[in-house]
Design a protein. Structure first.
Length: 148
């Protein structure tokens, strides 16, 4: 039995194919969900330290009911709203990374691959740079600079 990539990914990877509207909708909702999850988890962590919605509202110069509505769901957050939330909650900004589907490791295998229990297919991604934040307003340091 051969297991291939999902049809949605095949449509995206085929440079000549028109990407259907529902595929765009899927990825838009996926990104909204990921951003919302990251921002709301950051807020929850701050809440554990005593940070409140009222404090967030003051930091963002908004009414508390606006903050409640904003944090309830991602809705149609703009980049401005996302930037404001990240700055007010994390005291930072977003560092974007684009994932090229052509360069992700294959996760599906055929039954004829016959992997033993000791031997597992490699899903290692090469040349990944991990960026860590350094305090005191210095520039970010990459993992390759740390190794040197």
């Amino acid at each position: 039995m051969n297991i291939s990539r999902t049809p949605i990914l095949n449509e995206v990877l085929d440079n000549l194919a028109t990407i259907p509207e529902d595929t765009y909708d899927y990825f838009q909702e996926r990104q909204k969900g990921r951003l919302y999850d990251k921002i709301i988890r950051g807020f929850w962590e701050k809440e554990k330290e005593g940070f409140s919605r009222a404090q967030l509202a003051r930091r963002m110069n908004k009414r508390p009911e606006q903050i409640t509505r904003i944090l309830a769901a991602p809705g149609n957050w703009t980049l401005d709203t996302i930037s404001d939330l990240v700055l007010a909650i994390y005291g930072g900004e977003i560092d974007f990374q684009i994932i090229d589907f052509n360069h992700i490791p294959k996760r599906n295998y055929t039954a004829s691959d016959n992997f033993s229990l000791e031997e597992k297919p490699s899903t290692e991604i090469n040349n990944i740079e991990i960026v860590t934040s350094i305090e005191n307003n210095t520039r970010p340091t990459t993992s390759s600079e740390i190794r040197n």
